[in-house]
Design a protein around this ligand. Structure first.
Ligand code: FEO
Length: 395
């Protein structure tokens, strides 16, 4: 499949409807994804990025239907991660001398992945590649989200090729932001930001300011995943500015795992207390062993307060809670509050462990946490309710 964006630019990527997980099993892709590659034709022919390795053969065959690949003058590798560079080895077998433009870290990464000495051309921010009547201007985007990441901007058409930034793991044949379901689109865009870009929020903010200060018109943002932003493309830039600035909604999320429902009953009673004290706050409960881990992270991203609960097992916490805490710690959320809870039978370490992990993750702890022995009785449930009310009044 290919798709004409305008007279000179064609999308030559792959829509992957089947993909269920990305980055190994680290990121769930309920709506599949796409790997977007773009062919610019003109006085010079340019290919921007390729696609993931399993589809390399298909990619090169499709590209041959569009163009004599020997007439591709330049390849731009905005990012070396294998979902965008994976078809390069197959392509370079046929055009081994074609120059590949990328950052210094891009060269390092591509060599690290493929161990090939291709004809690399190192670029820096502000460098221009003339392709006839138009230029490609390069903007390094270090750590958005890898050290090698970069954007490029096509003058004349005024298109920003942003690679992963502003992307979504979202398969759609409709191709453009204005044609798809807006709820689905934004759910995938915020999930992408929350799970991938949160640690780099300061850099996101600075990079957007840098791009905006160039004062160039942007008619479209062509990302490397999901749909192209053509209708009011600045909307996603504005959203990123909001998300990058310690984003939170009026939301509290309780995440827990439970062995015999005692910790679950605690979660529900705490939620009831929060609601009693703060009826307008949006309260959500997730069992970490039953709900999708990346969807939970998206809810944490939207929250001002999280409560984390676990039964104690073998002097530790349940593995699904430990997994979520590890993700939360790695993402480095800022400006959020937290508290812990959990039931135990004899040793009862879970609350102390969760407190410690949440502190390490940078959360402000609003309470020492609540641990209850065995199943909560009437008094125990009352203590949960009271904790909820205290927290609800405090946010
Ligand atoms: Fe879509 Fe960082 O790869």
């Amino acid at each position: 499949m290919s798709f004409k964006i305008n007279d000179s630019i064609t999308w030559v990527g792959k829509i992957d409807w089947e993909l269920q997980t990305f980055h190994g099993d680290e990121y769930s892709t309920h709506r599949g994804t796409s790997y977007n590659s773009y062919l610019i034709r003109g006085e010079k022919n340019v290919l921007i990025d390729t696609i993931w390795r399993p589809y390399a053969g298909e990619f090169v065959e499709n590209l041959k239907k569009e163009i004599d690949i020997k007439s591709i003058d330049y390849i731009i590798a905005n990012h070396a991660e294998v979902d965008h560079s994976g078809a390069l080895p197959e392509l370079m077998k046929e055009i081994p001398d074609t120059p590949i433009y990328c950052t210094k870290n891009g060269i390092k990464s591509l060599k690290g992945h493929y161990h090939k000495d291709w004809n690399f051309k190192e670029i820096k921010t502000g460098d221009k590649l003339n392709i006839g009547s138009r230029d490609l201007i390069f903007i390094e985007a270090r750590m958005l989200h890898w050290p090698d990441s970069m954007f490029c901007y096509l003058t004349g058409d005024n298109i920003l090729f942003s690679n992963d930034a502003f992307g979504q793991h979202y398969a759609s044949e409709l191709m453009y932001n204005d044609l798809v379901d807006q709820g689905e689109l934004y759910q995938e865009a915020i999930k992408y930001y929350a799970n991938i870009l949160t640690p780099f929020s300061k850099l996101v903010e600075n990079k957007i300011k840098e791009v905006v200060s160039l004062n160039v018109p942007v008619s479209m943002i062509c990302t490397s995943h999901g749909v192209i932003w053509r209708d009011n493309p600045l909307q996603i830039i504005n959203k990123y500015m909001e998300w990058a600035n310690n984003y939170q909604e009026n939301q509290v999320t309780l995440l827990y795992d439970t062995m015999w429902d005692a910790t679950k009953k605690m979660a529900e009673a705490i939620a009831e207390g929060i609601k009693a004290a703060n009826p307008k706050v949006n309260i959500k409960l997730y069992n970490t062993s039953k709900s999708d881990k990346n969807d939970i992270i998206t809810e944490v991203f939207k929250s001002k307060l999280i409560l984390v609960g676990s039964s104690t097992i073998n002097k530790g916490i349940l593995h699904s809670v430990a997994g979520s805490l590890e993700q939360i710690k790695g993402l480095g959320f800022k400006g959020k509050k937290a508290a812990a809870f959990g039931s135990y039978g004899w040793s009862g370490e879970s609350v102390a462990i969760i407190n410690e992990e949440l502190k390490k993750a940078g959360f402000e702890m609003l309470d020492e946490g609540l641990r209850l022995e065995w199943q909560p009785d009437k008094e125990g449930l009352e203590r949960c309710l009271e904790l909820g009310k205290r927290l609800g009044a405090n946010i």
